[in-house]
Write a protein that binds this ligand. Structure first.
Ligand code: AP5
Length: 215
């Protein structure tokens, strides 16, 4: 199964992709995580991407496409993969289709997480991540056992630089103007399914599993 997770920032794409990859052994390819890793390691890509990410703007298509196609090509394609945060523009989607058609591995399913703005803002301002292992928490919805510390590795939790109100608003604007049109693009291909991103994480996961069973 080759899947794309689509939805506004904070819809829960990363959370569900982590659950699916832990429980169903899909490979999880998150553009945001890969870019943040590059920023942390101060790579060529990281240096170029950092300012776009901190402003809540998209990193230029060419750079992201090359990076993601390389990841797809070098991964184990056997069990399938989940693309989280990619594609994010029509141009990226078309380039991805061309490459996957060449490999005879087209996208089977696109999940659109329809999510309200209030949910998105509440989730992003409350999100905390582990500095060491990247585990994802929410100060109200999914708090760690000990405040400020990761349950899995004891690492320190931090707030992402782009999870402030001003940058969240910019990211939402970018989503509405550049990414939302992918709903129609994949809808026209007949591979789009919708779930409510406003539900609790376990409920969303149940819906995803129901969809996967039918596929
Ligand atoms: P990226 O990292 O992809 O950010 P995003 O799309 O804004 O998505 P988020 O990670 O913020 O949200 P999510 O939907 O994964 O939610 P999560 O599961 O974490 O991109 C960052 C930047 O990188 C972009 O702005 C851009 O600059 C660049 N970039 C990335 N991809 C690019 C591309 N293709 N092209 C160009 N540039 C690109 O959940 C959020 C919080 O809510 C967490 O705290 C979680 O614990 C909690 N939560 C999740 N689900 C639930 C639930 N159901 N109920 C209650 N709480 C929940």
């Amino acid at each position: 199964m080759r899947m794309v997770l689509l939805g506004p920032p904070g819809a829960g794409k990363g959370t569900q992709a982590n659950m699916l990859s832990d429980r169903e052994q899909f490979e999880h390819l998150s553009t945001g995580d890969i870019l943040r890793e590059n920023v942390k390691e101060v790579t060529f890509i990281g240096k170029k991407a950092q300012s776009f990410m901190e402003k809540g703007e998209l990193v230029p298509d060419g750079m992201v496409i090359e990076m993601m196609l390389e990841k797809i090509n070098s991964g184990d394609k056997g069990r399938g993969f989940i693309l989280d945060g990619f594609p994010r523009t029509l141009y990226q989607a078309k380039k991805l289709d061309i490459e996957l058609d060449r490999l005879n591995l087209p996208i089977d399913l696109v999940i659109y997480f329809r999510t309200s703005i209030d949910t998105v803002i509440f989730r992003l301002t409350g999100r905390r991540l582990c500095k060491d292992c990247g585990a994802n928490y929410h100060i109200v919805n999914m708090p760690p056992r000990e405040k400020g510390l990761c349950d899995k590795c004891g690492g320190e939790l931090y707030l992402r630089k782009d999870d402030n109100k001003e940058t969240i608003e910019k990211r939402l604007e970018v989503y509405n103007t550049q990414t939302k049109e992918l709903i129609d693009y994949y809808g026209a291909k007949g591979i789009l399914k919708e779930v409510s991103g406003d539900l609790e994480a376990d409920k969303v996961y149940e819906k995803l599993k129901d969809i996967l069973k039918k596929e």
